[in-house]
Design a protein around this ligand. Structure first.
Ligand SMILES: N[C@@H](CCC(=O)N[C@@H](CS)C(=O)NCC(=O)O)C(=O)O
Length: 222
């Protein structure tokens, strides 16, 4: 693909992971620039010149730049129309976008609220809030499991789509958060996802059977 695709990322970034998934599953040759958040490389002037928000992911395609993981997926999907990540018919498009929006509206905010107390300290003081966020995630997982996935194997319909890409890193991160030793003492009871929510387990398995998905799991999380 000319010009070559370049992706600015952090190792373990949930949002950049979505873009890696789309590119790797479709076997696209691209270059990754891993920035080091601990050195604040994403806040240096040379990067802020490319992305005024100082965040990852950022996709570079020739002299065109696009930020925001979902916007990047839309861009890639129109560069590679055969992917059809956002569906073909009006109904497919509506259902896929509905699911993507609900991931961003419900699942992602819970995760973002759980990160500081679990990884950066203060869990004891924020225990009530942590439990509440896990309860919200569990309620959403039940809706996905019992309703949305009741009669389908993919989140957006009968085949792999942007909705599956949007949610996959979030599931993996929930597993990581809930496996934290301190969180274990709170009896959250959300793991193992595949046992508690079999249709979600089925979805995870389907996604993990797509090419190259396993190779993208952040090495430092293993
Ligand atoms: N909504 C954005 C979220 C991007 C985002 O928050 N990325 C994180 C890394 S996972 C980041 O760059 N954080 C650094 C910062 O906010 O300073 C997307 O979907 O791309």
């Amino acid at each position: 693909m000319n010009p070559k695709i370049e992706l600015f990322s952090f190792k373990g970034s949930l949002f950049a992971w979505r873009v890696h998934l789309a590119l790797a599953i479709h076997n696209i040759d691209y270059t990754t620039h891993d920035l080091d958040p601990f050195k604040a490389e994403h806040k240096q002037p040379n990067y802020l010149d490319l992305n005024l928000r100082g965040k990852v992911p950022l996709l570079k395609h020739g002299d065109f730049f696009v930020r925001e993981s979902i916007a990047i997926l839309v861009y890639l999907d129109s560069l590679f129309p055969e992917w059809q990540l956002f569906g073909k018919t009006s109904q497919e498009k509506a259902i896929i976008w509905q699911q993507v929006c609900e991931v961003e509206d419900i699942v992602t905010p819970c995760l973002l609220k759980l990160i500081p107390p679990i990884f950066f300290g203060g869990l004891a003081e924020k225990e009530k809030e942590v439990i509440e966020n896990f309860e919200n995630l569990k309620a959403e997982f039940s809706i996905l499991n019992d309703n949305i996935l009741a009669d389908k194997n993919w989140l957006g319909g009968d085949r792999f789509s942007a909705a599956d890409i949007a949610i996959y890193p979030m599931f993996k991160f929930v597993e990581r958060l809930a496996a934290n030793e301190e969180v274990g003492k709170l009896n959250i009871d959300i793991l193992p996802i595949e046992k508690k929510y079999p249709k979600l387990g089925n979805l995870l398995q389907n996604i993990e059977q797509m090419p190259n998905v396993d190779s993208l799991y952040p090495a430092h999380w293993r």
